[in-house]
Design a protein around this ligand. Sequence first.
Ligand SMILES: Cc1cc2nc3c(=O)[nH]c(=O)nc-3n(C[C@H](O)[C@H](O)[C@H](O)COP(=O)(O)OP(=O)(O)OC[C@H]3O[C@@H](n4cnc5c(N)ncnc54)[C@H](O)[C@@H]3O)c2cc1C
Length: 462
Amino acid sequence: MNLITNDAIEKLQATLRGEIILPDDPDYDEARSIWNAMIDKRPGVIARCSGTADVIQAVRIAKDQDLLLSIRSGGHNIAGNALCEGGLTIDLSGMNSVHIDPHARRAYVEPGATLGDFDHEAQAFGLATSLGINSTTGVAGLTLGGGFGWLTRKYGMTVDNLMSVEIVTADGQRLWANAEQNADLFWAVRGGGGNFGIVTLFDFKLHSVGPEVFSGLVVYPLNEAKSLLNKYRDYVKTIPDELCVWAILRKAPPLPFLPPEVHGTEVVIFAFMHAGDVEEGKRLVAPVQQFGKPVGEHAGINPFSAWQQGFDPLLTPGARNYWKSHNFDELSDEAIDTVIEYAGKLPSEQCEIFIALMGGEANRVAADETAYAHRDVNFVLNVHGRWAEADEDEKCISWSRDFFNAATPYAMGGVYVNFMTEEETDRIGSAYGPNYDRLVQIKRKYDPSNLFRTNQNIKPLD
Ligand SMILES: Cc1cc2nc3c(=O)[nH]c(=O)nc-3n(C[C@H](O)[C@H](O)[C@H](O)COP(=O)(O)OP(=O)(O)OC[C@H]3O[C@@H](n4cnc5c(N)ncnc54)[C@H](O)[C@@H]3O)c2cc1C
């Protein structure tokens, strides 16, 4: 793979409608900044594409010159795969239109759209699809890895709602992929990440959601965690698909509904959303409010799109982040004890342990129906190492790794590809699971020279 050449830059300048940003340009540093401030890569050129034609041109130039290439959409990928060192970054962030067809219940979404862009357009018609929990995340990267959030138990993974894609493959061809056309490619992009081409349009099916939902947070002190998490694991076995409840262990942020003396203390937060009748939601959530003696609570009827932004203030760009993740089928006593032990030694105000509830519709799909294979997972545990200053790197990374290692014996072995850090190449097989061999075959067909390699890479020669 080659680094950028003057010839490639001239060709990009001559052929693209969008902007070309070079290292000497005043907006270069802004253009190369992504969500995780730990990432400090310097692409040789950033090509801000304006449409599919630009993407085709950029891919052809990269292919002809065997250039190191990366793809940036929402820029949220924790591993920093949106950028490459010295190569060509194809930046799709400006291609962010979302078109809703309310009668057909379909959304046509360009890759630079964020979840917030999507919800804004779809909720104008009381519609939504299964996406993530932070409105600034990119639809593109989230979808290509699988995608889950508050609606996953009711409507499946994001990929289960994907109907078609327009994709530019490594030979610079633009294809449609869906159940009828290029079905192998369509299967592969539903969980195989950015390995097979650049998606320039996503077509999703939509569902009636909200526009108001019963949602909120119930906050307890960490010293009740053992009893709380025992109750949580029993409770979630009884709830319907409409309801999703996640557990978060962290230091209490200064949320207005929490008494000042609770701020900065270790807490267990249950975050919930009911995608159905609000009165039914209140009834179903009542047990969570009685797991123990809450130190604060903020539960109510909220616009769905506002709830989708509820975690944004805790997940702003600019902080340093190091994540590790495990899949669990059950929360064993040992797993709960390990979670509580490490929640008791959080190294920063912002570090947290997220336990996302899966199951429901996401688990009614066969493991080989889409490239996303983890259809037996009931909880995704994410260790969010997150802090402000570089001099805290060592202690926060060590905490994340130590917790991850301590929890490993109780986990399933698989991992959600979108939560992997750059250094975890040894977990590629675990990320793609039983679908890995088929993904290698499809990679060989569509990208035999591994042009699309700045990702959790499926090598064509394995
Ligand atoms: C704060 C935060 C909250 C999150 N919450 C959730 C959540 O609730 N649920 C969830 O499932 N995930 C969640 N994630 C993980 C998220 O799914 C991944 O970070 C994902 O990669 C983000 O996509 P992006 O487009 O923003 O990222 P980018 O960094 O722009 O892209 C990531 C990678 O995806 C590939 N890619 C991107 N666009 C394209 C394209 N158009 N064509 C082909 N390949 C492409 C490329 O390999 C690229 O390097 C969260 C991440 C963050 C940082």
